[in-house]
Design a protein around this ligand. Sequence first.
Ligand code: C2E
Ligand code: MG
Ligand code: MG
Length: 682
Amino acid sequence: MSDNKKKRFKKIKGNNLWITIIAFVLIAVVFENLFVFTVKSFSLYIVESRFISEYDIVNVMTNMYDNNSDDADKAYKMLDEGNRDYIVCDKSGKILHSKGENTCSDEGALIRTSQSKEEIQVYKDSERGYVYPEDDKLALDFLSFRDWISEDVVDESSITMEAHEMDDDIESGISFVQDSELISLPIWIAVDLDGGEKVLKVKALLNSNAGDIILLVEIVGIMAIIVVAILIYMLVKAIMSFVRQRRLIRLFYTDPVTGGSNWMWYLYKGERTLRKRSSAGKSFALIDLTFVNYRNFCVCHSVSEGEELLKRVYNLIISDMNKKEICAHISSANFAILIGFDNEEELKYRINNMFRRLEKTDEHHKLCFQAGITYVVPVINSKGKAVRRKYINIEEEYNKACTASATLTDSMESQFAFFDDRLIEEQKWMDIVHENQERALANEEFVVYYQPKYDPVTNELKGAEALIRWVSPIFGFVSPGKFIPLFEKNGFITEIDHYMITHVARDQKMWLDKGMKCVPVSVNVSRAHFIESELAEQIRDMVDAEGIPHDLIEIELTESAFFDDKNAMIETINRLKGYGFSVSMDDFGSGYSSLNSLKDMPLDVLKLDAEFFRGKNEDNRGEIIVSEAIRLARSLNMRTVAEGVEIKEQVDFLASEGCDMIQGFYFAKPMPKEEFEGRMKS
Ligand code: C2E
Ligand code: MG
Ligand code: MG
């Protein structure tokens, strides 16, 4: 597929899906982080405010001790009445007194809370160290969050009690609540006693009550709802955009007439199929199928009926295909097909079979199809393995199928043609000729050569045929076989015929003016030209413009031309004869309806085709036909010219049979006018 088409396809296809998925993931990550951050910040806020309360309690305990510092036992007794576990140790760390289980770990640090600027020494609880100091701040171990909840959640009755009890405790500074809290997170707070002689480490319980939890749950819930709503919205959007994109792609590849595949699909899917590794060992045929009489059908019926028929044709084609094969309707009457095959015979059989089925698509009309075919076969490497056709370009390959199509003739019978590398050369030459024809004509690059016609008995010069040559400054000397058929196809032959008649008449005029005895010169007039209604008058005017007698010009018609409109042809011949021109039938015997043509056409000259004088003539059959043809012509008052005579025996034979003239290499090849002038003089 060309880069341009790929770009167009990408534009339609877009990267919406990937962009949406990436955006979706990014937003989900952002929301997730935001969510975690909020929950963490809120939890830490609660933990920190509880910590401050606990620190106040520790301060109360410190005061109680200080007030009784002269009687340590009494002080400990008072502290024991509270429900906080604690230890008192000396400077060396030796425990002097403790209450409850000592779970204070060595892991600790100085922290600062946002509400109090002073530094507080804390230690992690060795059993349930969910709260720990980190970078002089309190941190929470969220990984153990689930354990934390399950371990600490208590029954509802304790939750209802908790709020006022907590307040009371703090106010009194003596009694502490633990069981009524929903979540209790321990951390040890250390303060100096006795001016730094001792250290009091109190197990602070950072409790969260139901209010905190409900608030947290509410925040989490609301955030979760918002996040989920946004994510659902985005998901729905992404799905919708995905569905829309799929629809767009389908539309991009769908042919509006048949509802099947279109050219873009053929290029995309076809190229993928050809390039696939699994296809390396397989042969594929690319077919340019034309529904020949589609236009006629539309003219006789209607475009919509025509399109309905195309749809049926398309369905018939795909009904005979397997999944990997492709058929696409690419323009009004054309289908592009890609099918696999094993050998050429099988392929031909399949195409003929397809033709037979398609011809019967409409029961009231016989439809006609043409197919140009090219195929790609496995590429085998030096190890004998089929290699992947990685770089094959389906457009280029399909173009070959179209080139093969262009060689097919106008016919109402279905037919196909295979691509051949020579066709490319021919096509290129055709284009070159087409591009250069006008300029060549204007520059008079076309030159008239004359091939003399001689009397076989007297060897006297009796006439000549004017034959065109293209003497091109670019391509050199080009013989008519290389360009006349192309001019006949592209219509330029009419200009050439006019050019030749004018130039021959001009040369004749020049020779007459020189006082020479001129002979009639025959000019080939193409079949395409001959059915023009005014042809006889055009020729007359051209000859008159040069001012020569009409009997010096003879008009040659090829036998195949007689298949066209017979009445128009008879009419033109009669008018030409009426103006005094001779008319001859060229290449008599090369076609298959010559005798029939002779019956109706009032011709003057019969030119026996060169083929009569080619090849072996073991039992004289050729000679019999030639002598009978000469006799027939004489009976019909026609003169005979034998073309392509190369040897003396043929000349002697033709002389004995009464052939009027001989045009062949035996006497002379076609020659430039100067040389012919010399022959006329001699
Ligand atoms: P044609 O009109 O039948 O011309 C006779 C062809 O036979 C000429 O080929 C001539 O050179 C060739 N020929 C004559 N004698 C012999 C022979 O003894 N041996 C062999 N091997 N060939 C011989 P040429 O000139 O190549 O022309 C080919 C065809 O091109 C002509 O066949 C004619 O159909 C067409 N053509 C040539 N000039 C013109 C023209 O000015 N207008 C049109 N419409 N067609 C032309
Ligand atoms: Mg001729
Ligand atoms: Mg001829």
